[in-house]
Design a protein around this ligand. Structure first.
Ligand SMILES: [Zn+2]
Ligand SMILES: [Zn+2]
Length: 306
């Protein structure tokens, strides 16, 4: 982990050997003034842990839990405030706390039994394929274009495999569980069978690793920021809330809850995750939640023309 640019205190220095995380942070700060505070915190974490597999594993798992459950909290609070009911897509179907708890239990079970063991493989695999953990981090413009590329590629992966999961046999065997909630809420984003989680998670974790195997240029920090973005996307898409400030009003090709909520309501169409172009191109659009009457209106117009 410690490449030539990271210096810990000089062996002959009068400073005591660092013990706590704070000691490592101060030590690294003193000898690496070119690093920003996040880079110092990152380097101090790896130095403090003295075990890169454990350091990456704990950080990855903690980040996933924190972002996943943390991002759901604002929606759970909104559920309790009548004012926000006007933004709820299927306002007549409010999730109860016990429903959300049932959902969270299965999600937690799968995080601890399916995801946790795999997370320990992440660091060795990342190292094998050349993902970098060193500091300083890459320039933000490089992180931005790589993340944008992962959004586009994951969306294509998700569209085709999600569509495959809707073929009758696979739907019954695997995907039915995710469709238990016809009016989804944030916590339901990862409510799925372990097989589905592995198939669809390849789009999120596997694609960047393949990218790195080919181009030999990816930092784990970029990967983390991408996964945080993807988690926000998945939870927003399942939130059940459509706001006037939702992203798809500004980026018309962005999917959001407006797109995925209809998939849960109607069980068919709108298979993509982040964008609308695959469903538009393949004529699998189920419509938009903010314009629920569009299809009925189209049918009425068609009838009049006849
Ligand atoms: Zn589905
Ligand atoms: Zn869903």
């Amino acid at each position: 982990m410690y490449e030539s640019r990271i210096l810990l205190s000089h062996p002959n220095s009068t400073y005591a050997t660092p013990v706590t995380y704070g000691d490592y942070f101060n030590d690294i700060s003193q000898y690496n003034v070119h690093l920003n505070v996040f880079e110092k915190a990152w380097a101090a974490w790896y130095a403090y842990m003295q075990n890169d597999v454990l350091a990456t594993g704990i950080m990855s798992f903690a980040m996933h839990e924190l972002v996943y459950f943390g991002r759901c909290v604002p929606f759970m609070i909104m559920d309790k405030i009548p004012y926000f009911r006007r933004y709820k897509i299927q306002g007549q179907k409010m999730p109860t706390l016990s429903e959300q708890w049932q959902c969270a239990k299965l999600v937690l079970l799968s995080h601890f039994t399916v995801e946790l063991p795999q997370i320990w493989l992440f660091h060795p695999m990342a190292q094998y394929f050349g993902l970098s953990t060193s500091v300083p981090f890459p320039h933000w413009t490089k992180m931005a274009w790589q993340i944008a590329l992962f959004f586009v590629l994951e969306d294509a992966w998700h569209y085709w495999f999600h569509r495959l999961l809707h073929t009758p046999r696979l739907y019954k065997m695997i995907h039915k569980l995710h469709h238990q909630y016809s009016a989804p809420f944030g916590l339901a984003a990862e409510y799925a069978s372990p097989i589905e989680t592995m198939i669809l998670a390849f789009g999120t974790v596997g694609i960047p690793i393949v990218f790195c195997a080919i181009f030999k240029d990816l930092h784990i920090m970029t990967m983390y920021l991408w996964i945080v973005g993807r988690l926000f996307q998945a939870i927003d898409a399942h939130s059940g809330y459509e706001f006037p400030w939702s992203l798809h009003h500004f980026l018309p090709f962005w999917a959001g809850a407006d797109h995925h909520d209809v998939h849960h309501e109607k069980f068919l169409g709108n298979y993509a995750s982040s964008f609308r172009w695959w469903d538009a191109m393949m004529a699998t659009e189920a419509g938009s939640a903010s314009a629920p009457k569009t299809r009925e209106q189209k049918a009425a117009v068609a009838k009049k023309v006849e």
